[in-house]
Design a protein around this ligand. Sequence first.
Ligand code: SF4
Length: 365
Amino acid sequence: MKDQGMTSIPSSSSSPKATSASKASSTGEQGDISLPPLDIYLCAPRGFCAGVDRAIQIVELALATYGAPVYVRHEIVHNKFVVEGLKAKGAIFVEELDEVPQTEQPVIFSAHGVPKSVPAAAEAKNFFYLDATCPLVSKVHKEAILHDKRGHEIVLIGHAGHPEVIGTMGQLADNVVKLIETVEDVAKLQPDNPDNLAWITQTTLSLDDTADIIMALKERFPSIKGPNKDDICYATTNRQEAVKFVAPKADVMLVVGAPNSSNSKRLREVGERAGCKQSLLLQRASEINWEQLGEISSVAITAGASAPEVLVEEVINAFAQRYKVKMEVVVTAKEDIIFNIPRELREAAIAAGVLEARPIAEATA
Ligand code: SF4
């Protein structure tokens, strides 16, 4: 994907010092004075990442350029609200290409990435396809292919069954990539040559769990090769660091996100491990169990990388109906990454007059 890249680098070093020095960028109050007081700590960054933003943009731009329907294989990102919104605009979601009729309309692959067999099948069916795989997932695919070319046995740290894991494992022949999920799995590994191993990771894992697994791998296989740190993406890293910072201050940690969103589930776990008494994952304000919350005086709120801001606002508004809310935005990192959309779509959209011609940033990812 030569035409996809970061247009700038985020200040996402996430060092604890930088994190604690840059909190509370803005405050505000709302609500009735007779209501009980509640502090809301709103994590920043939260919600959409550059990969999700790009994937949604690809579907919307394809609809505007080629008209409805466009076919999308798997949820473009793991969020029902986003998927329903795109369905209303004319996107048809399928799980497999077999469900797509013979068509000249675009078929779009989701941000999670796909095994090599999927574009191959699309080509065999003469489909016009657009790949919305996040460039940071594509980067892991390239690492896997490179390790294989160099003859390394590859260990992938990830969650079985997640579409990203299926896509990454599917870059190579069956059984070439060995999946491990826990530190215990490291002890069970039976490589052909313990001195010729390499590891890669899913992009949306728990930072702490993954660090433990990598440590166990390095202890058992000292010559194992891998990236400098891990393949966990900047968005996952920044959102987890923000939760680690705010969760201990709050009675409740609320993560707005889908139950099948890996990065959202990890945020809930991070909140729990950071010492928050209640760390909850919910999709929308209507899922808040007010009775279960009990007597609280503070709530921390974040959102997974596929959850739109409108759902965060909905949750804040729900609290503002019941409490006199004092809100503090807690900024732990700044993000300014943008990924370019595929060249083919961009050029077609410009030709169709639905996108303004602008210079494209040099690809760096
Ligand atoms: S969470 Fe990370 S890897 Fe996944 S789409 Fe967002 S930036 Fe890409």
